[in-house]
Write a protein that binds this ligand. Structure first.
Ligand code: SAH
Ligand code: SF4
Length: 364
């Protein structure tokens, strides 16, 4: 008999599973707490369950976390895990410790189909969607690993914030991401507040609306250009969902959002999108959206074809937006020495061109 991995079951699915083995809903809640709050994978150790139930679970189910391929800690404390998701694919999860919080950057797909020109995940192409177990497994694993190495945050679990800013486009893996978000919020699992869970998207308009209805968490939108002409070039998805539609979706989202603004991410690419004119255009574009802008110094990777804007250019761009009362901050780059920064999360996704070559050879 194949056993079912309960790691990716949200509360509703756990209740269904327990019903299917003739058990009451409160048992589902107990097991959910063991798995996610206590980080326990072994049913035999779930001491408040009846022995017969423990035996039933051991026979029919598992709690299977990700297999770790590598684990690196940067000089600044940033820690990155490369996790095996099978078939030669690795995805990455990154923990960023700060004074009063610990943020985990979570991946949603192996690779990404959207081909943003400045993104190393995009350069690899798309391999596959992660399952809910693989998505929540990153958080489950990080809390366990950080606890084991003695890292505790205010006596609580190490991860206090989650950002879906790792590899992949979370809204294009909606069916698996939604239950993972629900587990992050669930008091019987991670109990994070909606403001501490952020979905970052390149702007999949209809799914921004769905997220607002199903599970409104904090929203970050990857903008990166102040007009359609440039955004079409940098982010091909803009041809499908242009700025006017994207910003309208952002305004609609605010009716549900846990915060009264949308975060806009803007990667600083020297000579491409970083002039005073671009800043002014951005100010006009965001005039009627309650917004915070987060400038991200571009993180270079081999053959990227872009250069990071110089620090004084980033500073002046930031100041110009602030002077227009567009609240703006510049992201500190973290974990540089272990390639753990945004857009460097390359994992080990098999290159699609290599795959295509192999397929062609095999079928020659
Ligand atoms: N697919 C989602 C989330 C993952 S990317 C999205 O695009 O929003 C997380 C953030 O890193 C996005 O804002 C993305 O545009 C940005 N990013 C990608 N490549 C980068 C790079 N090389 N340097 C800096 N930021 C980058
Ligand atoms: Fe995909 Fe986001 Fe990278 Fe664009 S920036 S290719 S949407 S992961």
């Amino acid at each position: 008999m194949t056993s079912i991995n309960l790691l990716g079951h949200d509360a509703g699915r756990l209740i269904e599973y327990f019903a299917s083995i003739g058990e009451k809903p409160f048992r589902a809640k107990q097991v959910e707490r063991w798995i996610h709050r206590a980080g326990v994978a072994d049913f035999a150790a779930m001491t408040d369950l009846a022995k017969t139930l423990r035996e039933k679970l051991i026979a029919g189910a598992t709690v299977l976390g990700p297999r770790v391929l590598s684990d690196a800690t940067a000089a600044d404390g940033t820690r990155k895990w490369l996790l095996n998701v099978g078939a030669g694919n690795g995805i990455e999860a990154v923990f960023i410790p700060e004074t009063n919080r610990g943020t985990l950057c979570v991946s949603s797909q192996a690779g990404c189909a959207l081909d943003c020109k400045f993104c190393s995940t995009g350069k690899q192409g798309f391999n596959r969607n992660l399952t809910t177990a693989e998505i929540i497994g990153q958080l489950w694993h990080a809390n366990r690993a950080l606890a084991a190495s003695g890292y505790a945050q205010l006596g609580e679990r190490a991860v206090t914030n989650v950002v879906m800013m790792g590899m992949g486009e979370p809204l294009l893996n909606y069916e698996a991401v939604l239950p993972a978000l629900q587990l992050m919020l669930d008091d019987n699992a991670y109990g994070l507040s909606r403001r501490r869970v952020t979905v970052s998207t390149s702007g999949i308009v209809p799914l921004i609306d769905r997220l607002g209805e199903d599970c409104p968490v904090a929203l970050a939108v990857s903008l990166h250009a102040p007009n359609d002409r440039l955004r079409d070039e940098l982010m091909p998805i803009n041809r499908k969902y242009p700025l006017r539609e994207l910003l309208a979706a952002c305004r609609r989202y605010l009716a549900f959002a846990p915060r009264n603004f949308i975060t806009f991410e803007y990667v600083m690419l020297a000579g491409v999108n970083d002039s005073d004119q671009h800043a002014d255009e951005l100010i006009r574009l965001l005039a009627d959206v309650p917004a915070k802008v987060n400038l991200i110094p571009f993180n270079p990777f081999p053959r990227a074809g872009f250069v990071r804007s110089p620090p004084d250019r980033i500073h002046r761009f930031n100041e110009r937006l602030n002077a227009a009362e567009l609240l703006t901050t510049t992201r500190k780059t973290r974990g540089d020495d272990i390639d753990a920064a945004c857009g460097q999360l390359a994992g080990q996704v098999e290159d699609r061109t290599r795959r295509a070559d192999r397929w062609a050879r095999a079928n020659a």
